[in-house]
Ligand binder design. Structure first.
Ligand SMILES: [Zn+2]
Length: 412
């Protein structure tokens, strides 16, 4: 048999020895010593070969505009949303397409070929951002799988007309409904916002993935309400909650109740450490809260936790470049994760846990879609890759080598 690709001398995660990996028809076909020939042959030379990175939460439509928007003087989420409006009013679908393509390519270069993006749907930009991201997804279809969540960035009730726009957006080729209940004016309208998102998600049979309690306010209750309503509507396992920052500020007994509810509702929580560390805690004097949800207690309760880039050089966040090991490093520090088992957990937050958000298979087992990375021979373990935030030397997606990075540093 002739494989499409054979990667020789591959060191799989948690494996002592090296093995050959064969790829055929877009899937990992076989792992064995001395596999037969491949159309394309790569020699990993004992370097790490591991399932690719997955970004479960990013905003491709607003990526790479950091130099076009006013400085976020207060470093708050509220000012970031405000500062992005003028740009959004003037944006065109072709501008969004071009920036989203660049942001996808930044992910791909760093070994992340599966991405879920939220896309603003609101009365300011209408469906312009969606048109642009749909076009970028099409243009990049050979190098990345991009899921699109339509996202009411300006709220629903507090931005009249948004619900009709969401309905129109959900008629397009999209994958999920987003939400941001914290923007609504009253506790009752925040609840109606959650109800609207659940109902749209169920009716259109798409993923439900909300920005939840992205605030320090310890009275914020949307995570609790979302979990309870998910159970009541029988939507367990179909809902994702991004951020969940307020949980960090709850008293212990209330936090435990909410965590138990999130576990019962089988809601995956996505912590976005870059943006949360930067935008939360701004009203505090020292000691300042840092906005990172309770990763340790969520994991102990059996809640799947993933991490995303969220913002790439935009009005919300000046940094990020699509490198999921930067995100992994940030969450490792913010959530105090460094023991060997915790390093594997961190790796999982930007790989298999993130893949579960997208509902895609992940890993190196035969039969799994061939979306994996080949690292330099000096990078032999997950720990090595985490420590140096390694860029893969080869990126495989959909059974093809789609990116290669070369270059060595010479010292002296
Ligand atoms: Zn977000």
């Amino acid at each position: 048999m002739r494989f499409d690709i054979v990667v020789r001398n591959a060191r799989l995660p948690d494996s002592d020895g090296a093995i050959d990996v064969g790829v055929l028809d877009g899937r990992i076909a076989e792992q064995a010593d001395d596999l037969g020939p491949g159309e394309t042959e790569l020699n990993a030379a004992g370097g790490l070969v591991a399932g690719g990175f997955v970004d479960p939460h990013v905003h491709l439509d607003k990526a790479l505009v950091a130099d076009q928007v006013p400085t976020n003087e207060s470093r708050t989420l509220a000012e970031a949303i405000e500062n992005d409006r003028e740009r959004k009013r003037a944006e065109s679908a072709s501008d969004v397409k071009q920036r989203a393509e660049r942001a996808i390519e930044m992910h791909v270069r760093h070994g992340c070929t599966r991405i879920r993006t939220h896309v603003d749907i609101d009365p300011i930009g209408g469906l312009t951002a969606l048109e642009g991201v749909l076009a970028a997804r099409e243009a990049c279809s050979e190098i990345a799988d991009v899921q699109i969540v339509v996202f009411p960035q300006e709220g629903i009730e507090c931005a009249p007309g948004t619900e009709d726009l969401l309905e129109a957006a959900l008629e397009r080729d999209v994958d999920g409904i987003g939400g941001i209940p914290a923007l609504e004016r009253t506790d009752e309208s925040k609840k109606r916002h959650v109800d609207t998102c659940l109902s749209l998600g169920a009716r259109h049979d798409v993923a439900i993935d909300l920005h939840v309690d992205e605030t320090d306010d310890p009275t914020a209750r949307s995570a609790e309400y979302l979990a309870a309503r998910t159970i009541e509507e029988g939507l367990e396992g179909r809902v994702t909650a991004g951020h969940v920052c307020a949980l960090a500020g709850y008293d212990e007994s209330h936090a435990e109740r909410v965590i138990d509810l999130l576990a019962e509702a089988d809601i995956t929580v996505i912590s976005n450490p870059g943006t949360n560390l930067m935008l939360q805690g701004q009203s505090d004097q020292h000691p300042k809260r840092r906005g990172i949800t309770r990763v340790d207690q969520l994991r102990e309760a059996g809640v799947t936790v993933a991490s995303g880039q969220d913002n790439i050089q935009d009005a919300f966040y000046q940094y990020n470049n699509g490198h999921m090991l930067e995100t992994a490093s940030l969450i490792a520090h913010a959530a105090h994760l460094q023991a060997p088992a915790e390093q594997r957990a961190v790796w999982g937050m930007v790989t298999k846990n993130a893949a579960s958000v997208l509902g895609v298979d992940h890993g190196m087992e035969p039969g799994t879609p061939a979306a994996f990375n080949v690292f330099q021979p000096s990078v032999r373990t997950l720990t090595d890759a985490l420590r140096c935030r390694a860029t893969p030397r080869a990126v495989i997606h959909d059974g093809a080598v789609i990116a290669e990075t070369t270059g060595e540093t010479t010292i002296g």
